[in-house]
Write a protein that binds this ligand. Structure first.
Ligand SMILES: Nc1ncnc2c1ncn2[C@@H]1O[C@H](COP(=O)(O)OP(=O)(O)O)[C@@H](O)[C@H]1O
Ligand SMILES: [Mg+2]
Length: 335
């Protein structure tokens, strides 16, 4: 929608007292400004939109359906899922290759244009698999989607689902799908590879296959309007059948040199730096670092400066934490 059309539709929603429609359009307008890189304006508009606390509350209540009890494992009593709301996460702070970011944006666009797609008998991509090494931003991207799409997240605790004896697993999955079916959520089945891990016991392999198939079938049969995301660090250990059940598979690569530089800039932003620190050189030196590794080294560098009584970052702070982190990475390799 163009900005003029959006404003017109906003007025119409207001005069019809269509509160849901109004919020949806206002969010769209904010995203449009964000895409134009008018970040300050976008943030101000968002704050203005939710400046009346009660409006925000009534909106979130509507989506949260807090009257529904959180499903629990019969055996252990552990909750099978958490509900989380991510506000104000800044899309620009998610640093990915152009392609990966574009793929994520296409998912958002699909949801925004559900009605248009429906006129062509199409539906938005709503079952997505995130694959990639640890620390590349899979969980974070799901949180970002929750924020920009203004949908609360159902974070499914896969550990809790399968930790009970395996027979309960199917019933636990069913409870989760029953919980999500009537509302619109971002549903994150995080680190689903746990299904395949730690279960080397021959007797259990048949059972695990059943669990995987069960999970896939429930995903297959799911017809709600939520966005379902499953994430995995080990795509190779998943059954090949899993790939076919998703509308889209997005892979998260380790950042290249230029992305690493951005990520360093991003996480070192909170502190002043002495002149002459060249983050390009640091980016060259950190091949193989994930965004999460970079975040940790940046936090360590800043801490090092502060604990040495400085409010300005020096190159030695970065080198100190890099050296330590590299040792840690080496250790990780030998395990
Ligand atoms: N692509 C990224 N851009 C910016 N920050 C990132 C990115 N990936 C990870 N991070 C940072 O590292 C943290 C951990 O990443 P996470 O999303 O948990 O990784 P994963 O789920 O792939 O293992 C995030 O909360 C975020 O602060
Ligand atoms: Mg994760």
């Amino acid at each position: 929608m163009t900005i003029n059309e959006l404003i017109k539709q906003l007025f119409i929603a207001f005069s019809k007292k269509d509160e849901d429609g109004f919020y949806k359009l206002a969010e769209e307008l904010i995203d449009l400004e964000k895409r134009k890189k008018h970040n300050i304006l976008a943030k101000e508009l968002k704050e203005a939109l939710y400046s009346n606390g009660s409006a925000f509350k009534s909106q979130t209540n509507r989506k949260f359906r807090t009257n529904k009890p959180i499903p629990r494992d019969n055996d252990t009593g552990f909750p099978l899922l958490d509900i989380k709301k991510y506000d104000y996460l800044d899309w620009d702070q998610l640093i990915l290759s152009k392609k990966t970011k574009y793929d994520l944006e296409q998912i958002v666009q699909g949801f925004r244009n559900r009605e248009v797609l429906a006129t062509y008998n199409l539906t938005p991509k709503s079952k997505v698999l995130f694959c990639g090494l640890p620390g590349t931003g899979k969980t974070y991207s799901a949180q970002m989607l929750s924020s920009v799409m203004n949908l609360p997240m159902v974070y499914v605790n896969f550990d809790a689902i399968i930790s009970s004896y395996l027979g309960e697993t199917a019933s636990n999955l069913r409870k989760v799908f029953d919980f999500i079916k009537d509302d619109v959520w971002i549903v994150l089945f995080d680190e689903v590879d746990i299904i395949g891990k730690n279960r080397d016991d021959q007797h259990e392999t048949g059972e695990i296959k059943r669990v995987v198939n069960n999970f896939l079938q429930m995903i297959d049969n799911f017809e709600g309007e939520s966005l379902i995301i499953a994430s995995t660090n080990h795509p190779h250990i998943l059954d090949p059948a899993i790939w076919r059940r998703f509308d889209e598979v997005i892979s998260f690569e380790l950042p290249g040199e230029s992305e690493r530089k951005y990520i360093f800039e991003l996480f070192l932003k909170p502190i002043k730096k002495v002149k002459g620190i060249d983050l390009q050189i640091i980016a060259n030196e950190t091949e193989g670092f994930s965004p999460s590794d970079i975040k940790t080294t940046c936090h360590d560098s800043i801490t090092h400066a502060i604990l040495n009584g400085r409010d300005t970052l020096e190159l030695s702070d970065i080198l100190y934490s890099l050296e330590k982190y590299k040792q840690r990475l080496e250790l990780r390799k030998t395990w």
